[in-house]
Design a protein around this ligand. Structure first.
Ligand code: BGC
Length: 734
């Protein structure tokens, strides 16, 4: 077994063990309480449910203590420092606990792909591949490792709540935050984020899922009103949250900046109370996005539980509203109970945070392992890849700062490399050098490097070498969208020039999400490495030389051009603001593509794409056979088929299952309903059987305000991408 798979196994075992041991430790603590604590603080008894414990504490609390739990105490660099600023841990926010009752402070940090602001605090964190990269693994266990690592490093740095778990669908491919999310399909995205949160929270940090909901573009995010039908939101963006919450049980949901159908998300009763708390039975608390609270009485009644990062609406104003009866005490109690419950449920009370040294080597191993499962091989003609060590005499490495590092995603997700803290929206290249990693594979082969800023000089360098590898980047960040899907900084011209000079040109993309590739027919290989984390270069080198066989598949569609998007032009406000407390939305975006998000749009509109959802090549090939589909009396569908590795290399294939609903359902042509990821030796066949969750075959029925299975003929399809589905069969559902 390789060192990597061994590390992976040990980590998985540790996560599984920690999940198993929680109740046992809880018992131990219960019996180790001293008598006076048992008498005075009966909620410290860990054998009681989080609900019982929260109720007991609530009864002891004063009005001021309650108000103290429903707002933040400021964020460094955000407005004037507040009186309690010195109690913070340097993260995005914190909530005072109730010391006299043994309720700890909640110290929050952003942690999209690693713990943010670490350099700011003189600490170190692992930068994992971006969330979208991790989604390309289609591997819930990898998502679990991702979450477990972040949860551990949060605690090591003194935090007990994450602000990670982004799952806004890639409805708008130009959204600058798509790298923080999990792609365009609600079932894939929800499953991945749910597993990440489950394992993050198992480290005794409060988990968070964000940004609820429909914050699908950054342009005008504080003032945009998203207009969308109930059915469309339930089946798309909200479904990703519903699945993620169902799997991960996060303690918190972060409501988003934008408005939805007229009301800001953080004071939107329909989203927060009708859907989240009532329909889905969410027992945790709703935390506002930073500065996303707009009112006191309305927001409280709508279901907002905690204002961050300050107390503009949920401090003195809320206290006054409770005292005057405008906000019932029972409503305030509900907010407080939810915060307390999350603290007990996540283990914050029973397992106080203790700072520790971050396991740097362990983080490197996990980061590289996840990157190797996340890099997607998009094109490989004429056996361009893997590179043949014995046949290479020289390599040209071009562009993308490949001599020194790889780009990372910006904004509140930014993880700092060692060194001085980065500034807001600074372009940060992690010190993981593709040039060095490639040179280490072939120490005797001469390497040429060109910065790629001048296409002609890059072409001249490329001409001298057996193979030219162009590293192309697209930096993206919170607080901005890209204007179009083209690579920035004249990189399309660079790639064209290099490809014209060297027929063996391979492009490695480091992008936040999809980009267009006008040069695609002129290059022989393309790898999508996303934002690959702090070991990205090793992962890319391992794949380029075939030491790792790529297995990842796209969690988003790569369109041919902006003109093919549901909204060819991004809708933006007159004035661009990234943070602000507008009173009401100033402009609207109408999501009239409705259910047709991502591949569902291109399928329905018969638009050819550059690379379809679910696509990714391997250095071996797979075939599919023996399809069967059957349905039980309760519409339990089982799909079975055989997948075979036809090549001479071991590989791992992600097999995908889609369903076409009866035409009376009024759905896009097909939807992903399941997948399976299996390792296959050369020549090996595996019989797979997938039980399809009946919820994933349903539609949202606005008439009955519920999920409904439409009776009729369902077609199930299986294969290696959303556009390569060689197997299919029908079944009748009642
Ligand atoms: C972002 C959130 C983040 C928060 C705290 C906001 O601007 O939208 O995702 O958690 O800041 O940094």
């Amino acid at each position: 077994m390789s060192r990597l798979s061994c590390a992976r196994l040990i980590l998985r075992a540790a996560v599984a063990l920690s999940l198993l041991l929680i109740p046992a430790f809880a018992q131990h603590r219960m019996y180790s309480q001293n008598d006076s604590q048992a008498k005075n603080q009966p909620w410290m008894n860990a054998s009681l449910s989080p609900e019982e414990r929260a109720d007991m504490v609530l009864k002891e609390m004063t009005l001021d203590e309650k108000i103290g739990l429903v707002h933040g105490e400021g964020m460094p660099g955000w407005g004037k420092p507040r009186p309690n600023w010195y109690l913070g841990n340097g993260g995005a926010g914190f909530v005072l606990g109730v010391e006299r009752l043994g309720i700890p402070m909640i110290q929050m940090s952003d942690a999209a792909y690693g713990v943010r602001s670490s350099a700011q605090n003189g600490r170190y964190s692992t930068a994992l591949p971006s969330d979208l990269a991790a989604a390309s693994s289609w591997d819930p266990e990898a998502a679990c490792e991702y979450g477990a690592l972040i949860g551990t490093e949060l605690r090591d740095q003194g935090y007990n709540m994450t602000l990670g778990g982004g799952v806004n669908l890639t409805r708008e491919p130009r959204n600058g935050r798509n790298f923080e999310y999990m792609g365009e399909d609600p079932i894939l995205a929800g499953t991945m984020v749910g597993n990440r949160i489950k394992c993050e929270q198992a480290q005794h940090v409060i988990g968070d899922i964000k940004h609820y909901a429909l914050n699908d573009q950054e342009s005008g995010r504080n003032e945009v009103n998203v207009i969308i039908s109930e059915r469309a939101m339930r089946e798309t963006d909200l479904l990703a949250f519903q699945i993620g919450i169902g799997i991960g049980h996060p303690g918190a949901v972060m409501c988003s900046y934008n408005a939805v159908n007229g009301d800001f998300a953080c004071e939107n009763k329909h989203l927060l109370t009708d859907v989240l708390k009532n329909d889905w039975g969410f027992p945790g608390f709703v935390v506002s996005d930073w500065g996303g609270t707009h009112s006191t009485v309305k927001a409280s009644a709508a279901g907002l539980d905690n204002e961050e990062p300050e107390d503009i609406f949920f401090g003195a104003k809320l206290k006054q509203a409770v005292q005057s009866g405008q906000v019932p005490t029972s409503e305030l109690d509900d907010h407080v109970r939810r915060v307390l419950r999350a603290e007990f449920a996540s283990g914050l009370v029973d397992y106080p945070v203790q700072k520790a040294v971050v396991d740097v080597d362990g983080g490197f191993a996990t980061s590289r392992d996840i990157a190797e499962h996340s890099v997607v091989l998009l094109k490989n003609t004429g056996g361009a890849l893997p590179l043949d060590r014995s046949a290479l005499h020289s390599i040209a490495i071009i562009g993308g700062h490949a001599d020194s590092g790889m780009i990372s995603g910006g904004g509140s997700a930014q993880v700092d490399p060692p060194g001085p803290p980065s500034q807001w929206q600074e372009h940060v290249w992690f010190p993981t050098s593709p040039l060095k990693a490639i040179a280490a594979k072939v120490p005797a082969v001469p390497m040429y490097f060109d910065r790629g800023t001048d296409p002609a000089s890059a072409a001249a360098v490329a001409k001298k070498a057996d193979v030219a590898i162009v590293f192309a980047y697209q930096w993206t960040s919170e607080g901005m969208d890209v204007r179009n899907l083209s690579l920035p900084d004249n990189q399309d011209a660079l790639i064209e020039a290099v490809a014209a000079a060297n027929p063996h040109t391979v492009v490695v993309l480091e992008t936040g999400a999809a980009v267009t590739m006008p040069w695609i027919d002129h290059v022989s290989g393309v790898l999508e490495a996303w934002f690959a984390g702090n070991k990205g270069a090793d992962a890319v080198a391992n794949i380029l030389f075939g030491d790792v066989n790529p297995s990842a598949k796209l969690p988003i569609t790569f369109p041919r051009s902006d003109a093919d998007l549901p909204h060819p032009t991004l809708v933006t406000p007159a004035e661009h603001r990234t943070r602000g407390g507008e009173d009401k939305p100033t402009f609207s975006v109408t999501y009239d593509e409705g259910l047709k998000v991502g591949y569902k749009w291109y399928d329905a509109e018969n638009k050819p794409v550059l690379f379809p959802f679910g696509f990714g090549l391997s250095y071996t090939t797979y075939s599919y056979s023996d399809f069967k589909v059957s349905a039980g009396s309760g519409n339990e569908v089982t799909v079975s088929f055989t997948v075979t590795n036809n090549g001479r290399r071991a590989g791992t294939e992600i097999s995908e299952v889609y369903a076409a609903l009866p035409s009376s359902a009024g759905e896009p042509p097909k939807r992903l309903v399941g997948w399976s990821k299996k390792a296959l030796n050369p020549g090996e066949s595996r019989a797979l059987s997938l039980d399809i969750d009946p919820r994933y075959l349903s539609i949202w029925d606005e008439g009955s305000n519920g999920w409904k299975l439409v009776p009729g003929t369902y077609t199930f399809m299986a294969g290696g991408s959303s556009q390569s589905l060689p197997l299919s069969g029908n079944v009748e559902l009642k």
